[in-house]
Design a protein around this ligand. Sequence first.
Ligand SMILES: Cc1ncc(C[n+]2csc(CCOP(=O)(O)OP(=O)(O)O)c2C)c(N)n1
Ligand code: SF4
Ligand SMILES: [Mg+2]
Length: 485
Amino acid sequence: MRGPLHERPRSFYPTFTRKDSDQGVTHYCPGCGHGNLHKFIAEAVDDLGVGDRTIFVNPVGCSVFAYYYLDVGHVQAPHGRAPAVATAIKRARPGSIVIVYQGDGDLAAIGGNEILHAANRGENLTVIFVNNAIYGMTGGQMAPTTLIGQTTSTSPLGRSARAEGYPLRVCELLGSLQAPFYLERVALGDAKHDMAARKAVRRALQNQVEGRGFSLVEVLSPCPTGWKLSPQESTKFVLETMTRTFPLKRLRGDAVPSASEPFDFPSGTSREYSRESIPQLLELHPGNGTPAADSSNAEWTPRSVPLRFRKPRIKAAGFGGQGVLFLGALIAEAGMRAGWDVSWLPSYGPEMRGGTAHCHVILSEAEVDSPLVTRSSVLFAFNQPSLERFHAEVMADGLIVYDSSMVTSLPAGCAVEQIAVPATELAEKIGTKRVANLVALGAYLKKTSALPARAVESALRSASLKPEVMAANLHALEAGMTYCS
Ligand SMILES: Cc1ncc(C[n+]2csc(CCOP(=O)(O)OP(=O)(O)O)c2C)c(N)n1
Ligand code: SF4
Ligand SMILES: [Mg+2]
């Protein structure tokens, strides 16, 4: 066990160089609760000796920079999604110790759904829920846990139950579920309460080490800046006012045991994923990735693709409803099945409501660093505005595949090689213009050999299309190939 509390935990960096400061100061405001909590977590990690296998899931909120201070593994989750990210980490790496750290805006507002389901699944995680009854980071807006009557920048007259609802009691809510193993609400404020908080944090971590299941500690924590109170007034506010709405208690633990077992993989199931095991999981041959039963593409390998077409950076664009997002996802899925590293980034914008839609796709021999395609080697354009908008981004030795049934004129000065394929017209002959995207894909594949057709077919099958839709898509693929031969 550790000595006096003022000893520096080993799980803190000796100097906070990531913060660009060697003074030992944090970025938190004076009197903020986050710093103390970081320390309690670091101490528990030290005491349990799990620093080497701890992964801390950082939220969006004031504590987003926890990775400046805690010398453990870190992952930054999107706002509210820490429980989902943590679930994936814990399931993929069951030996890791995963700490989820979330504010009340992060956990109870945008992430309300995520925490509910992680708790309901009884994930073997440790969640530290920092309830300061306000959005600290963004300047003090009302949170789901803001007290009745509390003034914030978005409830200047004080929160009213009638207008904004009641403060959300997360522990009580999760306490109605069967699966959580440990739920406790504590507070920061004076030595006695701090010690209780420290103990609860430690216990929640120990539960995970012992494989007991979902543990959450709700910590009532001061936010002097957001509350516009001094640190001393804030402490008083926590202990005397917040605790009236959020009583300090253990809601699940020894006395009220969990009714369910934490998630575990069935015995005999591999718990470790590796790069090599993924093609296996997808039932593909490692290397060229084509399906086991497929002999027609046996000669195809990523290296058999002509150099110019080997690392496509694709943009597909058209009207909403022309299937450009599906086309992009299909290429990425097929690329993965063919052994490439891939990414697919759809653009969801106002264009989805009737304008142009587009997506970015990368097939690469190496890991993809950014999924954004700003200079494309291939452009699929299914209408005039898309061609006009994106043609200038295509590299000089790139390729533009456009639907000549929809594009009436080529942009002036466009010198990039083009394949004009009457995709909509050919698709209509098949019976539905909705498969024009696959006609264009067929033409592209014939021209470039960028992917084995069987990988595309296998990817299409994974989309679980209705038999008649599947048949139309395959027919369209073939029509595009024939057109280009
Ligand atoms: C998707 C998204 N929506 C909104 C924001 C803006 N935002 C940043 S932090 C935050 C709330 C943080 O409040 P809380 O989780 O209570 O953390 P605190 O700062 O109080 O510790 C919001 C709404 C964002 N970054 N991302
Ligand atoms: S705004 Fe509040 S939560 Fe954020 S650092 Fe300051 S005191 Fe802490
Ligand atoms: Mg908050």
